[in-house]
Design a protein around this ligand. Structure first.
Ligand code: ACM
Ligand code: ZN
Length: 692
C-alpha cells in the first residue's frame, strides 16, 4: 500500500477539528439507546451552553434546577422566560429542552430525541421524564467526550415501564445517605423503581408512631452482622443496650429520601412483610402470633383480628410517607404450620369457608389488597400471593423462577419479573472460592445481561410491566460490599429493562460496562473489578476426553431428578460442571454416590478422579470419604484408594475438590463410592468420573 494511504487514518485522527473527522462511535451509553445516527462533526464546548427550556413553568423550573446542578457546562438564558432569543449575544450554542406533544417523538413520556450538531443541542420529549432521561444520556456523552461532543441524533424510549432495584435493609441496615447514593446511580441507569424492603425477621427499619416497640426494640439486636446475630440465637434488644446493633429511618429521613428519589424520577415502593418474615414484629408484639409467645414463628396469626388492625395501622402511616401507587405487602415464604392447628386460624377458616392454609393466606392477602384499594393504592406481592387465588388488580412479583409470573401474565395479571436465576444479585458474580462470601448460586454479569423477561412467544407478555434486580443482604454487612454486589450487574439489569432485545450483544455491552465501571469507581462507588473478572469455571469450558467417556455407569443409588444433569450418561459425558451447582452437576440427595463404570475391556489405568462441591447454604457437602476400587470381572474388586476429607463441614465458603487416585494398575470395572456425611436433607454433587 502507498505510504500516504497508510498514514491517512492517523492524520484524520490527529486533525481532530476537521469537519470531515468522525468521532468514534459512542461506546459509553448504558443502557443502550434505541437508535443512534452519527453525523459528521462535533460540538465544541469551550464556553457554557445557553440553556433554554420550552415547558410549562413548574416543569421548566425543575428542569433548569436539575440541569444547572448536573455538571453540564450550561448557564441560564439571559431572558427570564427562557425562550430562545435571537439577540447577537445569544448566538452561542444552546441546550434547548422542549417538552412537546409531537407525533414524531417516541410515544412514551419517558422517551426522547437528542440532537447534537455543531451549533448546539436539542432535546425533545413528550414528558418531563423523557427530558430527564435525555439529560442522563447527555451526561454520559459529556463524561466520555468532554469538550467535544460528537454530532449525532439519538432516539430512545424504554422497553419496560417498571425498571427496578430492590434493597433489603433488614438483614443489614444501610443509612439514608447510602440509599441516596444508589438512587443517583439508578438515575444514570434510567431505572425508575426502588423497592425498599423495610421489614423482615432480622430487623424493622421504619418509624411507626403507633407502635414504638418496632423501633425501640425490633430494630436492634446483638450481632452487627446477620450471621453473628443468627448464630447467637436471633434475639432483639433495646436500643439502649450497649451492644445494640441495627438502626431505622425516622419519618423525616424517609420523606427526604422519597423526595430525592422523586427528583430523579424514581418511585419508592415500600415493602412491609406480611403474613410471614415477621419474627421481629412477633418478638415485640407476640400476641399477634398463633402461639402468643415471642420467638416461635415468623407468621402472623390470621385468625386474630388484632393482626389486621396492626397491619392496617402500620400501612396507614406508610401510605402517608410513600406516595407510590404500588405498595408491596410481601406474601413470600409463609410456613403456615401454626395456622393448621391454631384455634383462631381454624375458626377463621370455618367462618370464611376456606379449605386450606393456602386459602387462608389468600384471604389475608386479599383483605389487605382491599384495604390498599380503598386508599387508592395497588397491592404488589411476591408470587406466593397467587397461591389460593389472587385479586385481579394485584401485581405479581415473580421470584421463584419465571413460572409464577408467566402463569399470572397469561391469566391477565400485571407482573414484574425478578427470577432468582437472573436477578438475585446476592449470588457470587465470579469464582465462588475467591469472592467474598455471598448467599447462593453463581450469577455473572453475562447471565444477568442474557435475561429476557418477555420473550416474543410468551402468552400475556403485554402484562410484563418490567424487571427488577434484588439485593438481599444476609451476607452483605457493609455499604462497600453492597456496591460491590450491585455494580456492574445492575448495569446489565438496566439494559435488560430499558433497551430492546434486538441488537443485544454481550461484547458490546461489556465494553460499555467496563467504561461505566471505571467512571463509577472514579465517582466513589466500590464496584466489582470487571477488568479482572476470572469468568466461568475453566473445567466447564471444554469437554474432557478420557478412558471412561461414553461408558456405561451403573448406579447403586439413584441421582436426584432435580439435579439430573442429563441422567444416566452424565458422569461419563465429558462435560464438567460450572461454578453453578445447577449446571452439569449431578446431585444425590441423602445417599452416597456409588457408581460402577464399565470400560468395556481391561485397560491400563493411571488415574481415577472426580470433583465434588461443598456449598453450605445449599446444604451440599463434600464426601466424608471416597473409596475407589477396580475389577477385571465386575465381581472381585481391589481397592485402589481410600481418601479422607479435611475440609470442615461448617465452612460456609464454597469449595470444589477433586478426590482421586493416581498410580499404575489395570481393570475393566471401576467402582467409585463417595460417602454422604449423613446430614438430613444433605446433598452430594459430582460432575464426571475421569479415568486415564
Ligand atoms: C424472596 O426471595 N423470599 C422473595
Ligand atoms: Zn393463628
Amino acid at each position: 500500500m502507498n505510504r500516504f494511504l497508510r498514514l491517512l487514518p492517523v492524520m484524520l485522527l490527529l486533525t481532530g477539528t476537521s469537519c470531515r473527522t468522525r468521532i468514534p462511535e459512542p461506546e459509553c451509553l448504558l443502557p443502550r439507546p434505541t437508535s443512534i445516527e452519527h453525523q459528521r462533526g462535533a460540538l465544541p464546548l469551550n464556553f457554557p451552553l445557553r440553556l433554554s427550556i420550552e415547558a410549562p413553568d413548574t416543569t421548566a423550573a425543575t428542569l433548569r434546577h436539575f440541569v444547572l446542578a448536573s455538571g453540564l457546562p450550561v448557564e441560564p438564558a439571559s431572558r427570564p422566560d427562557d425562550t430562545p432569543s435571537r439577540s447577537a449575544a445569544d448566538e452561542r450554542p444552546a441546550l434547548h429542552l422542549h417538552l412537546e406533544n409531537n407525533a414524531a417523538l417516541p410515544a412514551s413520556e419517558e422517551g426522547y430525541r437528542l440532537t447534537i450538531t455543531r451549533r448546539g443541542i436539542a432535546l425533545r420529549s413528550r414528558g418531563e421524564a423523557g427530558l430527564f432521561y435525555g439529560i442522563q444520556t447527555l451526561l454520559q456523552l459529556h463524561d466520555r467526550y468532554g469538550k467535544r461532543l460528537p454530532a449525532l441524533e439519538i432516539t430512545d424510549a424504554p422497553r419496560f415501564s417498571y425498571r427496578g432495584l430492590h434493597l433489603d435493609v433488614s438483614r443489614h441496615f444501610f443509612d439514608a445517605a447510602f440509599v441516596k447514593k444508589q438512587l443517583r446511580m439508578m438515575a444514570t441507569l434510567k431505572l425508575n423503581r426502588l423497592h425498599w424492603h423495610l421489614t423482615d425477621g432480622a430487623g424493622w427499619r421504619v418509624a411507626i408512631d403507633r407502635y414504638p416497640e418496632l423501633t425501640g426494640q425490633a430494630a436492634w439486636r446483638h450481632g452487627a452482622t446477620w450471621q453473628a446475630w443468627r448464630d447467637g440465637g436471633g434475639r432483639y434488644c433495646r436500643r439502649e443496650d450497649p451492644q445494640a446493633a441495627g438502626g431505622y429511618y425516622t419519618k423525616a429521613e424517609i420523606r427526604d429520601v422519597v423526595a430525592f428519589a422523586d427528583s430523579l424520577h424514581i418511585t419508592i415502593i415500600p415493602e412491609i412483610e406480611f403474613p410471614a418474615h415477621s419474627e421481629e414484629v412477633l418478638a415485640v408484639y407476640p400476641a399477634l402470633s398463633c402461639s402468643g409467645e415471642p420467638y416461635t414463628t415468623g407468621d402472623f396469626c390470621i385468625g386474630n383480628e388484632a393482626t389486621f388492625e396492626f397491619l392496617e395501622n402500620v400501612l396507614t402511616e406508610i401510605l402517608e410517607l410513600f406516595p407510590s401507587t404500588m405498595i408491596h405487602i410481601g406474601g413470600d415464604e409463609a410456613s403456615k404450620t401454626a395456622w393448621a392447628t391454631c384455634p383462631k386460624c381454624r375458626a377463621r377458616m370455618q367462618r370464611e369457608g376456606l379449605t386450606s392454609t393456602d386459602e387462608l393466606q389468600s384471604y389475608a392477602i386479599r383483605r389487605i389488597g382491599r384495604f390498599l384499594a380503598e386508599h387508592g393504592r395497588r397491592m404488589i406481592g411476591w408470587d406466593e400471593i397467587l397461591d389460593g387465588g389472587l385479586a385481579p388488580d394485584a401485581v405479581v412479583m415473580s421470584w421463584r423462577g419465571e413460572e409464577g409470573g408467566r402463569k399470572a401474565a397469561a391469566a391477565g395479571h400485571d407482573v414484574v419479573m425478578t427470577p432468582g436465576s437472573h436477578c438475585y444479585l446476592d449470588g457470587y458474580q465470579d469464582n465462588p472460592t475467591r469472592e467474598p462470601q455471598a448467599f447462593s448460586g453463581y450469577l455473572p454479569l453475562r447471565k444477568v445481561y442474557s435475561y429476557d423477561p418477555a420473550p416474543t412467544a410468551m402468552p400475556g407478555r403485554e402484562h410484563i410491566l418490567g424487571v427488577q434486580a434484588n439485593l438481599w443482604t444476609e451476607y452483605i454487612p457493609t455499604p462497600e460490599q453492597a456496591e460491590y454486589m450491585l455494580y456492574p450487574r445492575l448495569f446489565a439489569l438496566s439494559e435488560v429493562a430499558w433497551s430492546t432485545p434486538e441488537g443485544k450483544e454481550y461484547a458490546d455491552f461489556h465494553r460499555r460496562a467496563l467504561w461505566l465501571t471505571e467512571r463509577a469507581r472514579a465517582a466513589g462507588y466500590r464496584t466489582f473489578d470487571l477488568m479482572h473478572e476470572e469468568g466461568e469455571r475453566r473445567e466447564s469450558l471444554t469437554p474432557i476426553d478420557h478412558l471412561a467417556r461414553g461408558c456405561r455407569v451403573d448406579y447403586a443409588a439413584p441421582w436426584s431428578e432435580r439435579y439430573a444433569a442429563g441422567g444416566a450418561g452424565a458422569l461419563t459425558d465429558g462435560v464438567r460442571g460450572s461454578w453453578s451447582y445447577g449446571t452439569c452437576w449431578q446431585g444425590f440427595l441423602e445417599c452416597d454416590v456409588d457408581v460402577t463404570l464399565d470400560l468395556g475391556e481391561v485397560r491400563p489405568l493411571r488415574e481415577v478422579t472426580a470433583d465434588f462441591i461443598q456449598w453450605y447454604s445449599a446444604w451440599i457437602w463434600l464426601p466424608r470419604r471416597v473409596e475407589i476400587s477396580v475389577s477385571d470381572d465386575g465381581r472381585q474388586f481391589r481397592t485402589l484408594a481410600t481418601l479422607g476429607n479435611d475440609y470442615p463441614e461448617e465452612a460456609e465458603r464454597p469449595a470444589y475438590r477433586a478426590f482421586g487416585w493416581q498410580g499404575s494398575d489395570h481393570g475393566r470395572y471401576i467402582r467409585y463410592r463417595a460417602l454422604h456425611n449423613g446430614r438430613p436433607g444433605g446433598w452430594l454433587f459430582t460432575d464426571e468420573i475421569v479415568v486415564h
